[in-house]
Design a protein around this ligand. Structure first.
Ligand code: HEC
Ligand code: HEC
Length: 284
């Protein structure tokens, strides 16, 4: 092997040169592929190429499973969802769009969160989106679905700095317009610019997700905050014509959408609370 490599590199060298080289550098030459492979291996493989592979190691098979849960939640996350939304309906481009709720945020956790008054790991953060945005039930901490989405989020976060918000995290915070959100003008904007895709009653059409009604996110979801949804809408909607609404128009339409009927905040369901307490008792 060493001979062959040397012949490959130094075909025309005189023998007197080859011999000492072989003694000193032969082994090194043999190890050369390892040095090259090292840095290549730490590069991330693009998700599209991972999807093509028939064999994946433990980490990458979880990444792919997580990607499928995010993009086809109704199928791969079905055990815990309560509506037909997908994570990627809000976390656009499968969590890879700046200002479209990107998911490359592993380095931002664990952190304190006032919503539930505890230190949240990425696992709990994922589980909560099932409860509120997907109006479903809280998966257990060690559910394979949670592990897989966490792996996918780690994968997306490759190269980000721990503790530093990635570029375009979340949605933009719109500047104060000086006017209150006006749902009546929001209705006019909705009928004109959104209804064609999201339905005249916000129910969604074919592959377009619903914005209200019993199949939409519930009142406890992040999107149920008028200002946050306005930032999302301004930066991402109407799909394909983002940033064409004024800040005020985005606020108005967001207020209109969030005034409509949708599932309630599960934190206020007394019966559910009781079930949770009882199941906690049996889990011990
Ligand atoms: C209806 C829209 C919607 C859907 C569907 C949705 N999310 Fe979210 N998600 C949000 C919003 C809005 C935020 C940010 C607001 C907040 O902090 O509450 C968020 C925040 C997050 C975060 C934290 C992001 C950060 O910047 O720290 C994670 C992780 C997350 N979601 C995961 C998921 C997963 C996994 C799913 C699918 C199982 C999902 N989400 C489905 C709207 C959604
Ligand atoms: C051309 C079709 C189209 C138009 C027009 C459009 N949307 Fe959307 N909207 C989508 C699609 C598709 C998604 C899901 C994105 C994905 O899965 O990649 C979405 C997602 C959303 C979401 C988050 C998901 C959910 O169901 O809660 C909100 C909120 C939203 N749109 C609001 C609006 C508003 C407000 C308007 C009008 C200003 C609007 N959209 C106009 C196609 C459209």
């Amino acid at each position: 092997m060493v001979d062959w490599l040397i012949r490959l590199f130094f075909n025309n060298c005189p023998d007197s040169l080859k011999k000492p080289f072989k003694r000193r550098f032969g082994l090194l030459l043999l190890l050369l592929p390892l040095f090259i492979a090292g840095p290549v291996q730490s590069e991330q493989l693009p998700i599209e190429s991972l999807l093509q592979r028939s064999y994946l190691d433990d980490y990458y098979s979880n990444v792919v499973y997580g990607y499928r849960i995010v993009t086809e939640t109704e199928k791969y996350g079905a055990r815990y969802t309560g509506n037909n939304l997908r994570c990627s309906n809000c976390h656009l481009n499968a969590g890879r769009k700046e200002n479209g709720l990107p998911l490359n945020v592993a380095g931002m956790y664990p952190k304190w969160r006032s919503k539930n008054g505890r230190r949240n790991g990425i696992g709990l953060r994922i589980r909560e989106c099932f409860v509120y945005s997907l109006n479903g039930i809280m998966p257990p901490e060690d559910a394979p679905e949670v592990m897989a989405v966490a792996a996918y989020i780690s994968y997306l976060s490759h190269g980000e700095t721990i503790g530093k918000a990635p570029a375009g995290r979340g949605v933009p915070t719109l500047p104060d317009t000086g006017y209150d959100p006006n749902p009546a003008s929001g209705k006019a904007i909705y009928d004109q610019t959104c209804a064609a895709c999201h339905g005249s009653n916000g129910q969604g059409i074919a592959h377009m997700p619903p914005l209200w009604g019993m199949n939409a996110y519930n009142e406890g979801a992040g999107m149920a905050s008028v200002h946050r949804a306005a930032g999302f809408i301004w930066a991402n909607m109407p799909l394909g014509q983002e940033r064409t609404l004024s800040h005020q128009q985005a606020l108005d339409v967001s207020a209109y959408i969030n005034m409509q009927i949708r599932p309630g905040d599960p934190r206020e369901y007394k019966l559910l609370k009781l079930f949770e307490t009882v199941s906690w008792f049996f889990d011990r």
